[in-house]
Design a protein around this ligand. Structure first.
Ligand code: 5GP
Ligand code: MG
Length: 179
């Protein structure tokens, strides 16, 4: 299945299911090494990262507390705006904790930057971010993600948790908008 249609748009395969899963396993190995002896709180940034978080945490050799946060800047279209709003907040204090933020994709970096500040203001000891996809060319923030699954071109993608107008999330692979 190299081409898919989501609502009115055509997409073509960008990263296969097996490439995704192999990379996620290797990210897990890296995290297990880097966080050895620590117990970071995993914070999954909804909605797009639900599948990545689910697959990633099953490669971790510690049993992390997992929390979810949802912020909105992205209005269901195909570009993100600058304004940030908390739609679902953390349920436990994060004072003094190491945080591992899990994102589906970092584009401009606005969300990442905002979340880092938010977590540090709430007393986190450290905040690192792991993202499955990174659009390096679109990135405008100060600090890039600490862990990156794949660098991708500045093109709109769907699948593996990521949506086009709330559809396409259940696709097991990542697809790019056909031009
Ligand atoms: P940023 O704040 O880095 O510009 O964008 C972050 C959020 O915008 C991502 O977490 C994701 O929800 C959304 N986003 C950015 N690029 C894409 C894309 O190509 N496809 C989809 N489905 N969402 C995207
Ligand atoms: Mg996201």
């Amino acid at each position: 299945m190299n081409d898919v249609k989501v609502l009115d748009k055509e997409f073509t395969l960008s990263i296969s299911e097996s490439d995704l899963q192999a990379r996620i396993a290797s990210l897990g190995t890296t995290l297990n090494k880097d966080y050895k002896g620590r117990d970071p709180l995993v914070v999954s940034v909804l909605n797009g990262s639900f599948l990545f978080t689910a697959d990633l945490v099953r490669h971790l050799d510690w049993d992390p507390e997992i929390q979810f946060i949802r912020v909105s800047s992205y209005k269901g279209g195909m570009s993100s705006s600058g304004e940030m709003q908390i739609l679902l907040d953390l349920k436990t204090p994060i004072q003094g904790k190491d945080i591992l933020l899990v994102e589906d994709i970092v584009d401009t970096g606005n969300t990442l930057e905002w979340l880092r500040t938010y977590m540090m203001n709430r007393g986190a000891a450290s905040v690192n971010l792991i993202t499955l996809l990174f659009k390096e060319e679109a990135f405008q923030a100060k600090t890039p993600p600490e862990y990156i699954g794949f660098n991708i071109p500045n093109e709109f993608v769907v699948g593996y948790g990521m949506d086009y107008a709330e559809h396409g999330r259940s696709l097991p692979a990542v697809y790019t908008l056909k031009s």
